[in-house]
Design a protein around this ligand. Structure first.
Ligand SMILES: [Zn+2]
Length: 261
């Protein structure tokens, strides 16, 4: 009898213990859920604050005063076929630094395999730099301006599987008419606040780094060349990135901050 009572007592204690464990487990799960939902809330709230819609017109800086930088590279080709600057690409892809390449159609045609590879990296943004890289698009008639954008859009999307949404005028030349033409195609035009000077054959690594670090401000869109004409960029860029990081800067793609409607 006592033995049977003892068994029941043991079972009772076991059930109470297991329930207690269950409660403790529930509590742990709730804490986990709570923490997870707080984490999600935090991520979502930062997402809400960006990307933002900014007024029409040429964009020369990101719509933020935070210590963020968009590294942008022009991949232009006019007459002579060129390839991507692998020195720059090796550094950026090894470090997984977000960056944007404005690609012209001629270069895209000659570098399809590499372009597709780059477009497959989630920290790389491929954007539109016109089909033929006419240095003065403001001298072209409306229809030609539009075809320069749309032909390259078609080509780039065939290669990368993605639609371009930002456009950069070759040599930075434009007027209000051609700007309107490009914006009416749904694009935002992205230029820069100051040039890095990297297409100059005479620039030294020291001069390139010193100049960029002297000029740079939060939200800047830096411009370099990744078509072999950024003569000291592969050497200078790691030094620039290192110094910017030391000053607390981070790097973003354009679409991280700029919303396309
Ligand atoms: Zn260009």
């Amino acid at each position: 009898m006592l033995n049977l009572f003892g068994k029941y007592l043991f079972l009772f204690i076991l059930i109470v213990f297991l329930c207690g464990c269950n409660d403790t487990q529930k509590e742990i799960n709730n804490i986990k859920k709570d923490t997870a939902s707080k984490t999600i809330t935090r991520i979502d709230s930062t997402k809400i604050s960006r990307p933002v819609t900014i007024p029409k017109g040429v964009i020369t800086k990101l719509p933020s005063d935070k210590k963020i930088i968009a590294l942008t590279f022009d991949a232009c080709e006019t007459k002579t076929p060129v390839t991507f600057d692998e020195g720059i690409l090796t550094y950026l892809t090894n470090e997984k630094i977000p960056f944007t390449i404005f690609v012209s159609g001629k270069l895209a045609k000659h570098n399809q395999v590499r372009l597709k590879e780059l477009a497959g990296l989630n920290f790389v943004e491929i954007e539109n730099h016109s089909m033929n890289h006419f240095q003065n698009m403001e001298r072209l008639p409306d229809e030609k301006v539009k075809s320069e954008v749309l032909e390259n859009e078609k080509l780039l999307s065939e290669i990368t599987g993605k639609k371009t949404k930002f456009f950069r005028f070759p040599a930075g030349n434009y007027n209000q008419r051609v700007l309107d033409n490009v914006e009416n195609l749904g694009y935002r035009v992205v230029q820069w606040r100051f040039p890095s000077g990297d297409p100059s054959k005479n620039i030294s690594v020291k001069k390139l780094v010193t100049w960029v670090m002297y000029k740079v401000k939060p939200g800047d869109i830096l411009i370099f060349h990744i078509n072999g004409r950024g003569y000291r960029t592969a050497e200078g860029l790691p030094l620039i990135v290192k110094q910017l990081r030391e000053q607390g800067y981070g790097f973003v793609k354009l679409d991280y901050y700029i919303k396309i409607n």
